[in-house]
Design a protein. Structure first.
Lengths: 533, 255
């Protein structure tokens, strides 16, 4: 008997990332294989593709080696496919004798012009399209230009596939077959009991394991080779699918409304790196110029289009890309000053808003003019990715900066409530109500997904211009007011926050003091004892 | 009789010339940099910029008063200077009816060549404002006041009139900005720019805290703002002991 089919798909490896026109199915070359292992010299004028004669199989070891080519798939020469054993036993003699085909129950397939029509990658991470990038559809169709799917690295995607069989295909006495998938010549998935009809092979829930490039954060273009067998030995090509654009992420995206473009850029930058945040950071810096005076882009991804950004753009963009590929990330602003009453307080160099100095990159190339000296900044925005700081604008991990007025003490609005020094009746008293001391330092403030222009408005930011040589402590002028129940004989100086006078009445006094300035106020409760000498 | 009339006319002309006499600005009169006194809200657009390099947006920042010098390269553009003078004369009158050309310079940029060079490095980019032909700048003194102007004809103009004042004049007993010198400043403004009619303008003064602006008036894109600042010398940073009082008149660039 003879087995007619197409070229076995165990031929040499294919490169998953080899550039190929998307959606191209590769038609197998015809071949014929005889049961005794000798190649047929006769090729039909109208090639009979994928034809396999029915069992009983009397394949020799040499035949198997040629047809299977994989040691682990070799079966005993006398073994019949398990799915066909019943039919084999009942009809083998007739089939061998070339009995009446109209009554034959021998499984037989003869595949002509197969074409992988659809491959649906299931349970991938959802992506929204962005800009001109339309690749977000996990369903691959022949000729599709919108196909892409995102998975966490090392994932084993489940796919459904439909492979059409050309006119003239014969599928007799069999409704199920085994389908396998090769990626770069290596089997990455197999599905038993796939439905097969003369027009269609329908595969559901085939698990792809170990796809090329799936072990790290990157993007891959995998071309998959599909094969079918009904005897477990002889695989007949069903054609190829792909290329499949697959994004391999660190984890599920941590940002809502994930943009395919963000994933595409981030995975391209990462490209299998062991330091994904660092690779994305460097990648951004390699394609975006830095302008400390640029306006903040409301949409971080447009920075790629601009090709230019302020540090806030870099921080926002790095954060977004990191989130898009599954990292926990947020933006961070640092400045020279402190936080008070919910505001960032910039303690700036006199005459302007510079409060940071020596903001250094690791590479001088990222300094002004490529020199050895770092930047003077009003603030700087970076990212925190999985707990670690990353500075995309200066392309470095962490930060290195100094506050212009670092170490100086500033008395602002917040009070230091408590007990004031005791007084005595008839004795002059003079006490300035204490305010909370703030130490100027490089201060980091955590933000969310983005730092927007709102971070610089009145609800978030106050500035104090201080001459660089001004000594510490710096007592900022504020408005003062004292509440009721001051000790008799004492007066409150609303200009200086000072209690002065000579108490006349002993007792225990509790009263409030309030400060106000720049639209803010603070109140502190104070206690004071007045005793008789 | 005729002689008397002539003598009277000569006297008026002498008085007018004295009032409008302009002189080069001495270094002691320079008002180069300013610092808002006390805690304040920066203009978000100005604070967001991480660069102190001059730009039109920063120059026209709502609370900015002083103008200082223009560090951009000087070029010859007499026609641009003439156009600016005409614009100032039309809008302000007064001392701007006279020829201020000896005090004018034209500049190809607001940014110095040295600062531009700092950004001429791979991966850096400076999106600097560019004039159609040139920016114009002037500085001189008038009476006890320092005068500055920076603009581009048809796009924007800024004029600053100010002078140094003592700490006692600048601050009240609480250490906050005092309004005591405001009448003096407004009188000088009326003399220098008689075409301005603050009474006819929308008074926005209440929108600002006193250390931001003591007063602000607007009409048809023209804005007048007055205030007190700590005077910052670019060479020697003082310990907060120098102050100035000033008025800025500005228009254009979207105002």
């Amino acid at each position: 008997m003879a087995i007619h089919g197409e070229q076995q798909s165990n031929a040499g490896p294919q490169h998953a990332s080899a550039p190929e026109a998307e959606g191209v199915s590769h038609a197998p070359a015809p071949f014929q294989l005889s049961a005794d292992g000798a190649s047929s010299t006769a090729v039909p004028a109208n090639p009979v593709r994928g034809s396999m004669a029915a069992p009983p199989f009397q394949l020799t070891a040499s035949t198997l080696a040629e047809s299977e080519g994989e040691t682990e798939s070799h079966q005993s020469a006398s073994a019949a496919p398990s799915a066909l054993l019943a039919d084999d036993a009942a009809t083998g003699a007739d089939a061998t004798a070339g009995g009446d085909a109209s009554v034959s129950t021998t499984p037989n397939i003869n595949i002509v012009g197969p074409s992988v029509d659809t491959v649906d990658f299931l349970s991938s991470h959802a992506m929204q399209t962005y800009g001109g990038d339309m690749k977000n559809n996990p369903l691959w169709l022949t000729g599709s230009v919108t196909h892409a799917a995102a998975y966490t690295k090392n994932a084993t995607p489940n796919v459904n596939a439909r492979i059409g069989l050309g006119a003239g295909s014969v599928v007799e006495n069999v409704t199920e077959a085994t389908v396998r998938v090769l990626d770069g010549g290596r089997e990455v998935g197999r599905k038993d009991r796939a439905s097969i009809t003369p027009t269609l092979v329908d595969v559901t829930g085939l698990t792809l394991t170990g796809l090329s490039g799936s072990d790290a954060v990157r993007s891959t273009n995998n071309v998959l080779t599909w094969q079918v067998t009904i005897d477990g030995n002889t695989w007949v090509s069903l054609g190829n699918s792909g290329s499949h654009l697959l994004y391999w992420l660190e984890g599920a995206p941590t940002t809502a409304a994930v943009k395919n473009y963000a994933i595409a850029r981030a995975t391209a930058f990462a490209n299998g790196s062991g330091d994904v945040p660092g690779a994305i950071r460097t990648g951004i810096r390699s394609v975006v110029n830095y302008d400390p005076a640029d306006a903040i882009n409301p949409d971080p991804l447009t920075v790629f289009t601009d090709g230019i950004g302020i540090c806030t753009d870099f921080g926002n963009l790095l954060t977004l890309l990191a989130q898009s590929v599954g990292f926990t990330a947020n933006t961070v602003m640092f400045f020279g000053g402190f936080e008070s009453l919910g505001r960032n307080i910039w303690i700036s160099r006199g005459g302007n808003y510079q409060n940071l100095t020596n903001v250094n990159a690791l590479d001088n190339a990222y300094h002004p003019g490529g020199g050895a000296t770092g930047w003077d900044f009003n603030y700087h925005v970076i990212s925190r990715i999985n707990g670690a700081l990353q500075d995309a604008a200066l392309n470095r991990p962490g930060y290195d900066a100094q506050a212009v007025h670092g170490g100086k003490i500033v008395h602002l609005l917040e009070l230091a409530p408590g007990t004031l020094p005791a007084a005595q009746t008839g004795v002059v008293y003079d006490q300035i109500v204490p305010r909370r001391p703030h130490t100027v330092a490089v201060t980091l403030r955590e933000y969310g997904d983005m730092v927007t222009l709102a971070a610089f408005d009145a609800t978030n930011l106050l500035a104090l211009n201080v001459p660089e040589a001004m000594a510490s402590p710096i007592d900022v002028g504020v408005g003062w007011a004292a509440g009721a129940n001051l000790p008799a004989g004492l007066a409150f100086d609303a200009a200086l926050g000072r209690l002065t006078g000579t108490p006349t009445t002993a007792g225990n006094y509790d009263f409030n003091v309030t400060t106000a300035g720049a639209g803010l106020s603070a109140t502190g409760a104070y206690h004071m004892d007045v005793t008789t000498p | 009789m005729v002689l008397l009339l002539v003598g009277s006319a000569i006297g008026c002309a002498f008085k007018s010339a004295k009032m409008t006499a302009l002189h080069p600005l001495s270094p002691q009169q320079a008002i180069a940099q300013e610092a808002i006194i006390g805690l304040h809200h920066p203009d978000p657009a100005e604070a967001m910029s991480n660069s102190v390099l001059p730009s039109i947006a920063r120059i026209l920042s709502p609370k900015r008063l002083s103008i200082g010098s223009c560090a951009g390269p000087i070029i010859k553009a007499p026609e641009v200077i003439l156009a600016t003078q005409k614009e100032l004369k039309h809008r302000l009158g007064g001392i701007f009816q006279h020829d201020l050309s000896p005090y004018f310079t034209a500049h190809s940029s607001l940014i110095s060549a040295e600062d531009m060079a700092r950004y001429n490095a791979p991966g850096l980019q400076l999106s600097a404002d560019q004039p159609a032909i040139a920016y114009t700048h002037f500085q001189c003194s008038w009476q006890s006041w320092s005068l500055y102007g920076l603009g581009e004809p048809g796009r924007f103009q800024t004029v600053f009139i100010g002078r140094e004042i003592s700490a006692g004049e600048a601050l009240d007993s609480t250490g906050m900005v005092s309004k005591a010198m405001l009448p003096t400043l407004l009188q000088a403004l009326r003399e220098a720019c008689p075409k301005l009619d603050l009474a006819a303008m929308r008074d926005r003064s209440a929108e600002f805290e006193v250390n931001g602006l003591l007063g602000c008036w607007e009409l048809d894109g023209l804005r007048v703002k007055v205030g007190v600042r700590r005077l910052e010398d670019a060479e020697v940073v003082s310990l907060g002991g120098r102050y100035f009082l000033g008025v800025r008149v500005e228009w254009g660039a979207g105002n």
